[in-house]
Write a protein that binds this ligand. Sequence first.
Ligand SMILES: [Zn+2]
Length: 383
Amino acid sequence: MAKFIVPKEIFHGLGSLENLKEIKGKKAVVVTGGSSVKKNGSLGNTIAYLKEANIESAVFEGVEADPSIETVLRGAEFFKQEQPDVIIGLGGCSAIDAAKAMWVYYEYPDSKLEDLAAPFAVKPLRNKAVFVAIPSTSGTGTEVTGLSVITDREKGTKYPIVSHELTPDIAIIDGDLCKSMPKNVTANTGLDALSHGVEAYVSNIADRYNDALAKDAISLVFKNLPTVVENPDNTEVRQAMHDASCMAGMAFTNVWLGIVHSMSHQVGGTFGVPHGCANAILMPNVIRYNASATDKYNDLAALFGKKTAEDFATEVEKLRTQVGVAPSFKEAGVDEKAWEEKLDTMVENALNDPCTLFNPKKPTASEIKAIYRACFNGVAYAE
Ligand SMILES: [Zn+2]
């Protein structure tokens, strides 16, 4: 038995932002990072469409990358003043994640971040407002997931808040909003979307509903990512990547991820390697490691007319090179001495990461260490 949870409404396609004209409400707060959505006009358009729906808006801007609990609390205070019945997260993953957490604090002002980080601790939402997510990057899929990651900078810890309560009510997947995404962000976030598809597809709780979404997302990324990195103004291709990211998001919010993410969270947190880049370095070797436990990579190799997990791992490496992402942590700029010093801690934390529970093969510490070492040096993992 399983359950499949996604937003009630997903508007998609170029120009689909216009669907804001149809939504119901009195007062909206738009939460955003700021500059890029202002520059490309999507913030202005959002406010104008809301006005056509007779919804008044207020804007909370300036959400930083890796949003902090302080920002979340400031946002919740702003919500308290403005009393919105519609919350709109507009922008990159950080803006949407922050808006989700602000929503929790708006509805439950006495919440504590440490408590919310316990699995499924969020109480029922939607007593005060509904949530609309409008992403302007194509990667995390946060517009359809029950996940928000908030950072406590004082403690130096990231808290993932996980609950289907956080799944937005409405998602708008409009590729026009992605035009201003820089080349390296396009490549990294696109590879993050690919890793969501691949990890969801081989998850140990995968099912055919999520397989269909994951597999098509994977094929969309392979077909479109090199083109969009070369031609950033091609909005049709931007839309295809935006759809891929959303579809991979729908799959992974239901069947979770595996050790690419467990291991990447550590490399990102310790050395600041961008999430999608770290995933792309880890993915081929995790495929080689997992291959003995699942034959599902063979289906993915078949997308290229090939047969084995090794064939698929090689295709991921080819794509990574094609879009200009480093093949190893060494080449991504991580210092070898610092790496060796942190390695044991990273191994331990990766083993304890919740994503490890859904990996098709249960790893040992020495196996994780061997995968990390191979990925540091850019060599193929072998048992
Ligand atoms: Zn990811």
